[in-house]
Design a protein around this ligand. Structure first.
Ligand SMILES: Nc1nc2c(c(=O)[nH]1)N[C@H]1C(S)=C(S)[C@@H](COP(=O)(O)OP(=O)(O)OC[C@H]3O[C@@H](n4cnc5c(=O)[nH]c(N)nc54)[C@H](O)[C@@H]3O)O[C@H]1N2
Ligand SMILES: Nc1nc2c(c(=O)[nH]1)N[C@H]1C(S)=C(S)[C@@H](COP(=O)(O)OP(=O)(O)OC[C@H]3O[C@@H](n4cnc5c(=O)[nH]c(N)nc54)[C@H](O)[C@@H]3O)O[C@H]1N2
Ligand code: SF4
Ligand SMILES: [Mo]
Length: 733
């Protein structure tokens, strides 16, 4: 209950990508509650249950609020920051002296992407010490999309997104935004946006093996998992063969169209029907309707990214949009456009690289300087030069989130140094030497980066910290700055960022300057496309102006179109439709799907409204109502296996087996089962999460190099070959 002393503070949520506006009620330095911000121009008084329940994360008695050091018996003791940082710095220095940067690494979890400061400083620190083992949640999420963009546009950070408010036809492949709230797409009221498309006479077609919450409300094509490449090639085949391609768009925007036409020539809808499970005439009609709609846009997310051909599928989604004349056009797909040009800086500095180096294990190309997290386990256990010996995990829980998590969990014990920055002792960092308490989103200032550039309405908002850090929690960037200082490493003395530092000093001659993440962002904002250019542009943006408009500023109702020539980094500013990597991957189609009669079904993932990957299962509100881990199975498949609703099923894959509760539902396409990810808790800290029954789906998935998607090294987490067996009820139960 709020008291007369309570204050209302405007902020925004950073649990997932819509970044909905929130109002925090704060009393005496403690968070009392969170509610939706009615004055937020985009979310307009809407927030989801997770955003509201974040109060319980913020105030969670199980949160880590002091640095923890693991004792020999595996339990933790609290230590001071100085003790922790001195010891970590000394041990890291020794490892660097003896084995070099090639033995040091970092895993960057999903929440780390929601905070400019930690990602910038952790990245700079790792670069300065020459750390080679960089991993992230991206290889389980979106790296295939980045690689597709790199091949198409020469810019991995360029993620075209659907112009929801103006489109006549949205083709959605492997996304469930009514639950996920949209990804690589910022649309806090996406439910309204989709409804509006149909209301104004347009169409929304959802391609998904499951009749999802989104599919239920719109047109649904129940595709076989991991076959989207065939579907898209067929759509393109029809478009080319029936003369529906936009010749002007192809001439003005692209190179390589002839090769693409040749590539899809043999993939007629009739020939791919068996593979995809979608009849040829339906695909033919879909292709025609998409190509002849006044405007149309194809969009895909994790369901498109996490199969054997995730890069190819992402590539074909944009190719279809371009070939039909819908790329970079109102109502089609818009090119991402940042207000604070962090990605642009990354592209210029070369940090959005692809295939610049290769992983020691598996010879996988780097994506944005990172390697597939799937190989982490083998990188730790395989002797030789370049062995991974010191690992930092920031805001991540790879023991639940990366494939073959058992292998990773047992490998962690072989590290010489393992440091985690987190809010909890989770399944991963219970094995760490140190767990350092990070700040929550409410305990730090922020400016939206990364996916904020994928917003149909051009919008910017900044927030101050609404709370002082609880306990001893510290901002991650300060931890890296402190380690650097102790190790005598200068973060900005040399290298490309030195230029920034010099510029800062120049602009701020009268004060002794120290580069901080905030100052760097302030600079980028001011020099960015909407910045004040230090007074040269009247009404331009700077941090003070943003602070004066706490609910955010709509810069333009619609994101720009017609900018392709400026954002494509290939020579001539044209999109490349025939990269050799894609030609090769089309040739590989079919060879990576050995139909193994022992594993006749396909497992896919499922996201739930009241979960956020693995880390919100300790909130009593979100866990209300007997929530538990269940596997969705079609009635025919259940009957064939002798399974009943509420019974137990054993799911067997080539690399492992798990047991789960059966949920029989006609929403599953026959032959496909859906298993939620992020369960199976046995962390050191979160007591409620540990108490709920559940299993870790990543005990079924493979981390073998030969099983990863080829072009981006993506984990294959959808379309996993499995079989299901009834588990006999134990006597007496
Ligand atoms: N089989 C299968 N596996 C999957 C997926 C799938 O669909 N199927 N999905 C994948 C996807 S899309 C993703 S993004 C990954 C996620 O993979 P990860 O990022 O490895 O895991 P999370 O569950 O998001 O865990 C995030 C951790 O960050 C901590 N945390 C939260 N906020 C903060 C903060 O502000 N600061 C700090 N320091 N820590 C914080 C949480 O306590 C938690 O421990 O999982 C992937 N794994
Ligand atoms: N409530 C909630 N929201 C979240 C998260 C969460 O855990 N909970 N996680 C956040 C994160 S980290 C991310 S990355 C985003 C993801 O955002 P989305 O990608 O929109 O999330 P999903 O619900 O996993 O949607 C993927 C869909 O792809 C389908 N699918 C699976 N395999 C295939 C296939 O082979 N082909 C096709 N066409 N479809 C397939 C699945 O059935 C599923 O409906 O969501 C974010 N939002
Ligand atoms: S959808 Fe929910 S969790 Fe995501 S930003 Fe909005 S309130 Fe936060
Ligand atoms: Mo994700």
């Amino acid at each position: 209950m709020s008291t007369p002393t309570a204050e209302q503070r405007v902020t925004y949520c950073r649990i997932c990508e819509p970044m909905c506006g929130l109002i925090a009620t704060v009393d005496d330095g403690r968070l009392v509650s969170l509610r939706p911000d009615a004055d937020h121009p985009l979310s307009k008084g809407r927030a989801c249950p997770k955003g509201i329940a974040f109060t319980e994360v913020q105030n969670d008695p199980d949160r880590v609020l002091e640095p923890l050091r693991r004792r020999a018996d595996g339990t933790f003791e609290t230590v001071t920051w100085d003790e922790a940082l001195d010891d970590i710095a000394a041990r890291l220095t020794r490892i660097l002296d003896r084995h070099g940067g090639q033995s040091v690494g970092q895993y960057f979890g999903n929440p780390a992407a929601f905070g400019y400061a930690s990602s910038l400083w952790a990245g700079v620190f790792m670069t300065r010490i020459g750390a080679r083992h960089l991993y992230s949640a991206g290889s389980q999420d979106i790296n295939s999309r980045f690689v597709a963009s790199r091949l198409l546009y020469g810019a991995a950070s360029q993620l075209p997104f659907p112009d929801l408010p103006r489109t006549d036809f949205l083709l959605m492949i492997g996304a469930n935004p009514l639950v996920s709230h949209g990804s690589a797409l910022r649309a806090p009221r996406i439910k309204d946006d989709l409804a509006a498309i149909v209301r104004r006479g347009g169409r929304v077609v959802v391609v998904d093996p499951r009749r999802t919450e989104t599919a239920r409300d719109y047109e649904h094509l129940a595709i076989r998992p991991d076959t989207d490449a065939w579907l898209l090639l067929s759509m393109l085949q029809v478009v080319f063969a029936e003369g529906l391609a936009d010749a002007t768009a192809l001439a003005e925007q692209a190179t390589g169209a002839e090769t693409l036409r040749r590539l899809c020539r043999d993939f007629t809808p009739e020939r791919t029907a068996e593979r995809t499970g979608i009849p040829g005439d339906i695909v033919r009609m879909l292709a025609r309707d998409f190509a002849t709609a006044p405007t149309a846009t194809a969009y895909g997310r994790t369901g498109a990214c996490l199969g054997h051909h995730g890069t190819l599928v992402s590539f074909l989604i944009d190719a279809l949009t371009l070939v039909t004349g819908n790329l970079d056009r109102p109502g089609g797909s818009l090119m991402s456009h940042a207000v604070i040009p962090v990605e642009d800086m990354g592209e210029r500095l070369g940090s959005f690289s692809y295939d610049k180096t290769r992983s020691r294990i598996g010879n996988h190309p780097d994506v944005l300087g990172t390697f597939p997290a799937a190989v982490m386990a083998d990188e730790i256990t395989t002797p030789g030069a370049g062995r991974l010996r010191a690992l930092f995990v920031v805001a991540g829980n790879p023991v639940l989130s990366v494939p073959n998590s058992r292998a990773l969990e047992s490998a962690l014990g072989q590290l010489d140094l393992f440091v985690s920055l987190d809010l909890y002792v989770n399944e991963t960092n219970r094995h760490a030497d140190y767990v350092l308490p990070g700040t929550t989103m409410l305990e730090r200032d922020d400016l939206p980066i990364m996916f904020a550039a994928c917003s149909p309405t051009l919008f910017v908002q900044s927030t101050e910290a609404v709370l002082e850090p609880y306990g001893q929690a510290r901002q991650e960037w300060q931890v890296y700055a402190e380690l650097a200082r102790r190790m005598g490493v200068s973060l900005f003395a040399t290298g490309p960022l030195e230029r920034f530092n010099r510029m800062l000093a120049l602009l701020d001659r009268f004060r002794l300057t120290r580069m901080t993440p905030r100052r760097m962002m302030a600079l980028l904002l001011r020099f960015g496309p909407y910045g004040d250019r230090f007074g040269l542009r009247r009404n331009g943006l700077n941090l003070e102006r943003l602070a004066g408009r706490p609910h955010g500023i709509v810069l333009s109702e619609h994101a720009p179109s017609g900018i392709l020539g400026r954002v494509v980094r290939h020579r001539g500013g044209k999109v490349c439709l025939d990269p050799p990597q894609i030609v090769d991957d089309v040739a590989r189609l079919g060879t990576r799907h050995p139909d193994d009669p022992r594993f006749p079904l396909r497992a896919i993932g499922i996201r739930e409204m009241r979960s956020q990957n693995s880390w919100m299962h300790n909130s009593p509100t979100l866990m209300k109502g007997d929530r538990r881990h269940r596997t969705r199975i079609n009635p025919d498949d259940a009957r064939a296996a002798g399974l009943v609703d509420g019974g137990r099923v054993r799911i067997v894959a080539a690399g492992g087996a798990i047991e789960s509760e059966v949920f029989v539902t006609g929403e599953m396409r026959p032959g496909t089962i859906a298993i939620p990810q992020g369960w199976g808790h046995r962390g050191g800290g979160w007591r409620l999460a540990n108490s709920v029954p559940g299993v870790n789906v990543n005990e079924l998935t493979s981390n073998r190099s030969e099983d990863l998607e080829v072009l981006a090294g993506m984990s294959v987490l959808n379309g996993v070959p499995v079989r299901i067996e009834a588990v006999a009820a134990s006597p007496g139960s």
